[in-house]
Structures are given as structure tokens and as C-alpha cells.
Design a protein around this ligand. Sequence first.
Ligand code: SAM
Length: 329
Amino acid sequence: MTVQEQHQRGIDLFNEGRYREAVSIFSVVLRTDDSSAMWNNWASAQAAAGEFGAAEKGFKKALQIDPSNTQASRNLSILIDSLTAHNRSISPPGDELLLNTGMSEEMKRNWDFVEKRELLFALVGFDFGREPETKLDEIRAFKKNESAFLLNTLKFTKNDVVLDLGSGCGFIARVVAPLCRQLYCLDISSEFLRFAREELTQFTNVDFHRMPYGDLHYLDDKKITKGYANAVFIHFNFFDVVVYLREIYRILARGGLFLFGLSNTDCLDIHTDRYFSLVLSNYVKERTSPTLMQWNSAHSVCAVAGQIGFEASEVWVGHGSAMILLRKP
Ligand SMILES: C[S@@+](CC[C@H](N)C(=O)[O-])C[C@H]1O[C@@H](n2cnc3c(N)ncnc32)[C@H](O)[C@@H]1O
């Protein structure tokens, strides 16, 4: 095969969804065509195959060779946005709301915002404007995009019994529900659960449960095979992390997997991070707010997960974030 034929074969494989094979063939082509466009192809196939670290390096290489490659720069920013997307549920708007509402301390602790609009602010900040309830389809699409990493990593099957911990409005759950046997949406907030129930009425395999803080006993007999917490551990301090990891260990079946994102001090630059300064100034105003973002060290979280009995790995690290995958041996 000529280089052009190999290149075309790579594109065909990519279009057929055979991403790993596309990566292999683009790797061969790169030996003779070390161009920015080819690195962009290779990185796109890596991203589609779920190899996000390699994809990031590939897009950067494409931009190093040709800084004006707009396709590579767009791909790189989409990749980074989706990998750090769990940071988007940034707390400042929620905290401003908490300061101004007549919510009781108990309601605040349990994220029980009464208005749909306030729930959505707590979920996506002001990214979708001041009337996010009018942008539900856009928010669903954004959350679907955000779920790509967990779908690639957890690879749900129809045998899986899945936990969505801190399920919020159910926007991630609606992507996962069709892929698994049973989905349990647990949340500390009755109001978020009310929203999620409405959001998921068409699914018969989803169960909703209001959990007390740090208590997963409801799942004791459910034989959970896989689970995830999207944009939840970013609100936990280190004690919360330990409490929840112990519970997750107890309810997970042997061989079970659990994926979650963290705001990660190991790679945090307090001067350039998109959120740190803003959250810090909110912290100074309202130090006890439960919706504030919290930072933890991914390295330390993996170490305590190991002490609890998990095999833990940082499956993605960068830009002040980390994705951690736990396996119960
Ligand atoms: C930022 S939202 C994320 C929602 C959803 N996972 C998503 O990605 O769209 C955080 C969710 O975690 C829930 N939550 C916060 N603290 C919790 C806790 N200690 N236990 C269980 N759920 C909690 C909140 O009620 C809220 O629904």
C-alpha cells in the first residue's frame, strides 16, 4: 500500500469506529509523513479510542509543527474542556445563591435548592446564561459530551448494575441507563432527585434514592458492578473522600470498578487555574458552603484508596484535575 492508501485506510477505519486500528495505521504513516495534519489524525483516533493522554500529546505535536493548524487547536481545546468538564459545576453562582436565599442550614447542607433554575446554576454555573431552564437541550448535550470519558473507561454492558453517586439532574444517568441492566441514582438532595425522576421517566431500569450523608447501605444487597461520581468529589474535603471511599468499597462487587474526578492539587497552579482564585475568594466570604469546590491530592487519594483495599490508578491527570479509577480486587 502507498502512503496515501494507508492514510485513506486509516480514515476509513476511523469512520467505521475502529479507532485502535486507525491509530496503528496512522502510526505507520507518521514514519514517512510527520506532518501536522497527520499528527492531528493520529491524535483524533487516540481520543476516540479513549487514550486521552496520548491524544493531548498528539494535538500538541500537531500544533508544534504548525501553530496555525486550527483543526488541531480546536480539537485540543475540546479535549481539554471535556477532560476538565467536571470542574464546570463551579460553585460561585451556587454560593451566591446560598448567601441570598432563605434556605435553612439543613437545606444548604443537602443541596436542596427549591427552584429548578437554582438547581441548574448549582450544576453548570452561569455557563448557559441566567435562564438555564430554557437551555435544557443544550445542557443535556453538554453533559452527554462530558460523559464520554466515563463511557470509554467503564465500558458498560447489559450485565452491569451501576451506581450514579450524586446523580444531580440525571443528565449523565440518561446516557448510561440504556447501556446497563440497572442504574441506581443516589443523591443527598431530594430536590435534585425530584428533577432526575422527571428527566428519566422513560427508563424502567432506573431507581432513585435519597441517601443520608456518607451512607450507602441502601445498596448493600444490590451487587453493584460499576459506578461513577461526576462532579461530586470536587466538593469533598479529605474526610469526605475517606468516608465515601469506605462506603463504595463495601457496596461494590468483587472486580467492580468506580470512576470519579477530583480537583487535583498535584498539578494545580494557583495563579493560572481557571477556578482557584474565584473559589478562594468565595471561600473567604462563606467558609462553610457545601457547594464550594475543594482540592485534594490525587496521589494521596489513591494512597488512601489503597489502604481501604482498592487498586487505584490516576487514569488522567492535568490542568488541576484528575480522573481516578478504583477496582475492588
Ligand atoms: C455538581 S452536581 C453533579 C451532578 C451530576 N453528577 C452531574 O455531573 O451532572 C453535584 C451533585 O452531588 C450531590 N452531592 C453533593 N454532596 C453529596 C454527598 N455528600 N453525597 C451524595 N451526593 C452529594 C449534589 O446534590 C448534586 O446533585
